[in-house]
Design a protein around this ligand. Sequence first.
Ligand code: NDP
Length: 298
Amino acid sequence: MNKNTIFVTGAKGQLGRTLEYYWEDSELARSSELFLYDIDRLDLAQGDVVEQELNRCKPRTILNMAAYTSVDHAEADKQTAFSINASAVDNLADWASRNDCFLVHISTDFVFDGSKRAPYLPEDHASPLNVYGASKFAGETALQSRLHDQYVIIRTSWLYSEYGKNFVKTMLHLMKEKDELGVVSDQIGSPTSTHSLISLLLTILSERTDRGIYHWTDGASISWYEFALAIQREAVELGLLGKEISIKPLTTEEYPVPALRPAYSVLDRNKTLNAFEVKATDWQQELRLVIKRIADGA
Ligand code: NDP
């Protein structure tokens, strides 16, 4: 049997490595084959080379998880951020539109400015505050103008895992090294484990549902400070940290960084829960799972 090919970008990122972890045991692996790419194998900024590789591979689906994700560096490196997060997405969508290919693309809560004080719906007005958010929003709009159906955009937020760089791993490192820590308490959002997002993506790839923007998180509405407290609590309970340190709440002004962040970016995931065969995840259970995997040396 000829297997369907899925062209995966960002394979060595934290989401990509989580996909690889689950792939062999997934239902989808029986009918589909993954072609895994990251920047060392295929630089998405090189449009001609990407086109050649797509023509060679002829995927039925593209799963675009690659991105320029360094939110603060993007402020001084606008051109690179837009080349990966917008132009490269436009190229993938262009190829998909000419080749009857389904495109699944990952986007971010940072397309919103945080002025709303209730969870953001997929159709809410986007108005990014920083270069990263603007580049990701440009990618969304380019994709939508190329593909009228056959695409899904999943916006997610505060992504973390046992892989790569993320807030959970940074906090665990600092909590081991320091006696006290300050964490921003006036930005509210929802952490999302790559495990829960990959579970949703595997479902979407199986169902190849029609076009649209969907939101996915682990259902919290908390500050970075509250997230840090929860990380410490779980890590002490699971024996990853020997003791608790003092964690102090900080205002955004007390922790200056190059990129502005929305004060509120909780995403409403109800449309996703109604559209796909997935269950609502619980952020504390997801956090426990990831910290346990870090403790087990995954
Ligand atoms: P990572 O940064 O862990 O992975 C992204 C991958 O893309 C990296 O392996 C990176 O390589 C690769 N990449 C960067 N530039 C290029 C390029 N020019 N050509 C090919 N590959 C490239 O990201 P995540 O797994 O955390 O994020 C996955 C998706 O989720 C992204 O679309 C991101 O925008 C989105 N997202 C992430 C959030 C988060 O908190 N991390 C929150 C909301 C959305 P290298 O590392 O060598 O640069």
